[in-house]
Design a protein around this ligand. Structure first.
Ligand SMILES: Nc1c(C(=O)O)ncn1[C@@H]1O[C@H](COP(=O)(O)O)[C@@H](O)[C@H]1O
Length: 165
């Protein structure tokens, strides 16, 4: 397995506040990753170079986050057969519904696995990327199971005033 099997790409520096949750989740699971700003709109040549070279670079899964007219995940998927997981970043004007619709409604033949808007989507994209890699990495599968177990144990049986809201 490559030392950095996951590439997290995002359309802008302004997406980092969301996409950092994907990076943190992968780090917690011990999954190597790189983070890059790549935009279909603003850096189209960088996108082509990244997407066409992703497999040869050793990446196994790509997590792509973008907001608004979020063409980045779909354009990436158009240029690589690696699995692409799309994270709709919450936009100011339309709260991320625009991002979601831009990513989710791909034509048949060019799939993007679309997650929820915002932080939840970023965390879950990382967990899905880890689950894909865990199919061929028993040690990672065990770390993933352990992560789930600790999450379950952290859920209190009753609500408490101290923990509110
Ligand atoms: N949706 C895309 C793409 C793309 O899809 O290639 N490139 C940038 N953007 C998005 O524009 C939003 C605003 O960007 P700025 O904050 O830089 O103005 C970001 O959420 C970014 O993902």
């Amino acid at each position: 397995m490559s030392a950095t099997p996951v590439a997290i790409i995002m359309g802008s520096q302004s997406d980092w506040g969301t996409m950092r949750h994907a990076a943190e989740t992968l780090a917690a699971l011990g999954v190597g990753h790189v983070t890059r700003i790549v935009s279909a709109h603003r850096t189209p040549d960088r996108l082509v170079a990244f997407a066409k070279g992703a497999k040869a670079a050793g990446f196994k899964v790509i997590v792509a986050g973008a907001g608004g007219a979020a063409h980045l995940p779909g354009m990436t998927a158009a240029m690589t057969s690696l699995p692409v997981l799309g994270v709709p970043v919450e936009s100011k004007a339309l709260s991320g519904v625009d991002s979601l619709y831009s990513i989710v409604q791909m034509p048949p033949g060019v799939p993007v696995g679309t997650l929820a808007i915002g932080r939840a989507g970023a965390v879950n994209a990382a967990l899905l990327a880890a689950a894909i890699l865990a199919l061929e990495d028993q040690a990672l599968a065990e770390r993933l199971d352990d992560w789930r177990r600790r999450q379950t144990e952290a859920v209190a049986a009753e609500p408490s005033e101290e923990a509110a809201p």
